[in-house]
Design a protein around this ligand. Structure first.
Ligand code: GLA
Ligand code: ZN
Length: 685
């Protein structure tokens, strides 16, 4: 499958980053230097104007585009493009001063002072009007500019506002959700608990640290509202852009698995999704684990639009300034970590930041151009090396992958599970659990989609839903159909517990998944960190050799109804009870893993399933530990990214693969592929 380039007028992989020329206006000659250095490092797409509102509108209604005109012209003259931002991420002081309603009110009901960024109300009609005015000016001015490539809407939308305008909007949102029927809302929120029944809509307020925060349905609806309101704000921002530049794609930069917004809903409104990626490379936890976790997130971004390539909108050329330790990327890591994004479906590698800021919070954050101001730095060379590499990979643009496996990672499910008191309060770990399930596939080079529970399941051979705590209406039926038609489904402990309002299913867990899984899940045991128990595999063909696995943190106590027992608990009062089951259902099978473990079980279990189900891999060979292979394809030609996330040299045996071409070196590869520490190769098949 091949998608169109992000913007067909420039069908290449994009390379560039956040460029803040307005910070440097007063230094003569510096923009000339910027252009020279961009050329040298083969940067072709610069994100401009992200926080430039006051530079564009120094006084209300008085605009100054001269500097931006010049930058746009210079970019065009330099064969580069602008990922042009709307400036709503931070506002001018005059705006906050004149219209305090644009400033955010916290959950403690106090209005913030002017300052920082992202500190605005999404509901405020004045803020919406002002952002539209400046956006319209930008669109009118640059609509025919050859440098305009992509619209970068605002920056990292996040947070919530609890002002009176937002309270009113929340109530109106609830009226729509509950058909104007307060009784419906009371039922959905189970408000008879602690005498919470509302008798008038006006009594409802957003969750607050000084008020109500323990009504789960309430919290869930607030999060849904915040997502919808943020999307509504985004839509308001793009109206003038779509009017004047309908052919220019719009995106906004998401933040990985940021909890506060349901990116599945938001992604629908974007033309292309993009995200900001700041892994802690070289953390003592190990690059291999980090790489697998980052792979998981990249795969979310490719899946958010059904396989369409995404943008890596930000990454650091060297280190970040806000992590515990500002570790430099070791030699090789810049190329490797950047091509990792491409390997999983990005068509861009972009940075924060182009030129290291001189003052304030980001003056020591990684940048392409350091304070020394010239190109003779290690980082600049790394960036240039990547620019050269990307130039050799234009064939990759628009390619994608169609995995046999999907893992469900669902925002609403995570919200509900993380709120659930009980189970094991100090170890919820929904996200980590999903990432652990993913790891086995990453290690084998088996491509994975990471989807939510509303996505289409047909086309996959294996569907994995770790902790499917919430089951929204229709989902169980769709999974049943998937299995009935021959699919394999795997889920775990704490699944099928609540409905879309966070109300527990009655009549026995796992609620609507009970028939499919053929079990009754009676109780959940939480384990202290020192508690010991294990499971023994009693059936053949589940794992290769090992038989016993330690359990930790969470154990469900289940009974088989139609399922078959594959493993049992060894200890405690539930010794001998089922710990792993499989249920034959139509042409397929549904597995239930009742226990949490150190991931060694999932590793062995999936290794077996991968073989058994003959899942598509990037390479038909065993990969050495710490090396992964990821696939992109246009349907005819395959491109395989082989990446070594260890310091050690590795060899990958490609005997089975015939002749491959390595695109970065141009070499033909037959037999052994040698990878140095932190090395990456791109093979064409
Ligand atoms: C975020 C922001 C950028 C910058 C970087 C620093 O991703 O979008 O403006 O602050 O963090 O890492
Ligand atoms: Zn507000």
């Amino acid at each position: 499958m091949k998608y169109a380039p992000i913007n067909p007028k420039f069908p290449k992989l994009l390379h560039g980053g956040d460029y803040n020329p307005d910070q440097w206006k007063d230094i003569p000659g510096i923009w000339d230097e910027d252009m020279r250095l961009m050329n040298l490092s083969q940067c072709n797409a610069m994100s401009v104007g992200i926080f430039s509102w006051v530079a564009l509108e120094p006084e209300e209604g008085k605009f100054d585009f001269t500097w931006l005109d010049e930058i746009m012209d210079r970019l065009a003259a330099n064969n580069a493009y602008a990922v042009l931002a709307t400036p709503s991420g931070a506002r001018p002081a005059w705006l906050s001063q004149k219209y305090p309603e644009v400033l955010r009110v916290g959950s403690n009901r106090q209005r913030n002072l002017h300052g920082i960024r992202h500190n605005h109300c999404y509901t405020s009609p004045i803020y919406r009007e002002k952002t539209q005015i400046i956006n319209r000016k930008l669109a009118e001015r640059y609509k025919d500019h050859p440098a305009l490539l992509v619209w970068h809407i605002s920056n990292e939308y996040s947070g919530d506002c609890h002002c009176e305008l937002c309270q009113e909007a929340f109530r109106n949102w609830l009226k729509v959700r509950y058909d104007g029927d307060l009784n419906k809302l009371n039922k959905a929120w189970w408000t008879t608990f602690w005498s919470h029944t509302y008798t008038d809509w006006s009594q409802i307020e957003s969750p607050s640290v000084i008020g109500e925060q323990l009504v789960h349905g309430h919290n869930l609806d607030w999060k849904r509202f915040v997502t919808d309101q943020t999307i509504d704000f985004y839509k308001n921002e793009i109206i003038p852009l779509k009017e004047r530049t309908p052919e220019i794609p719009c995106t906004t930069n998401f933040m990985g698995t940021y909890d506060g917004l349901d990116y599945w809903k938001f992604a629908k409104e974007l033309d292309v999704v993009s995200w900001d990626n700041y892994p802690q490379w070289h953390h003592p936890g190990g690059d291999q684990i980090i790489a697998s976790e980052v792979g998981f997130v990249h795969d979310i971004y490719r899946s958010l639009k059904g396989g369409k390539p995404f943008m890596l909108m930000e990454s650091t050329p060297s280190m970040t300034n806000w992590q515990e330790v500002a570790k430099l990327k070791r030699p090789g890591m810049h190329l490797l970590s950047s091509l990792q994004a491409i390997a999983h479906g990005s068509d861009t590698v972009q940075y924060f930041q182009w030129r290291k800021s001189r003052g304030s919070w980001e003056k020591l954050h990684g940048a392409v151009v350091d304070h020394c101001g010239h190109e003779n730095t290690r980082v600049f060379k790394d960036v240039t090396q990547l620019g050269e590499a990307l130039n050799k990979l234009d064939v990759i643009v628009g390619t994608s992958v169609e995995p046999d496996v999907a893992i469900i990672y669902d925002w609403e499910n995570r919200w509900a599970f993380n709120e659930a008191p009980g189970l094991n309060n100090s170890h919820k770990e929904y996200e980590q659990t999903c990432k652990r399930h993913y790891q086995a596939f990453w290690e084998k080079g088996v491509p994975v989609d990471v989807i939510n529970m509303d996505c289409e399941f047909t086309g996959y051979k294996l569907l994995i839903a770790p902790i499917l705590y919430m089951v929204r209406p229709g989902v169980a039926e769709r999974i049943e159909k998937f299995v009935q038609e021959g699919g394999t489904f795997v889920t775990t402990y704490c699944s099928g517990v609540v409905n879309e309002n966070d109300l527990c299913f009655l009549g026995g867990f796992p609620g609507p998944l009970r028939k499919l899984l053929g079990i009754w899940d009676e109780e959940t045991d939480g384990l202290y960190d020192n508690d010991q128990n294990s499971v023994t595999i009693i059936a053949d063909g589940v794992v290769k050799n090992k038989r016993s696995y330690q359990v930790k943190q969470i154990c469900d106590l289940i009974h088989c109804e139609t399922a078959q027992v594959l493993a049992t608990y060894d200890g405690d009062f539930y010794a001998g009870q089922p710990a792993l089951t499989v249920n034959d259902f139509g042409k397929g099978k549904a597995y239930f893993i009742a226990f949490r473990n150190n991931n060694d079980f999932e590793h062995d279990f999936y290794e077996n399933l991968m073989e058994h189900l003959d899942l598509r891999r990037a390479l038909q060979t065993e990969l050495p530990s710490g090396v992964t292979a990821q696939l992109r394809s246009d349907g005819e030609k395959d491109y395989i990214f082989v990446m070594n996330f260890t310091k050690e040299d590795k060899v990958v045996n490609l005997k089975e693969e015939g002749q491959l071409k390595e695109l970065l070196s141009g070499d033909v590869v037959v037999g052994d592929l040698h990878l140095q520490g932190y090395d990456v190769k791109v093979l064409a098949r």
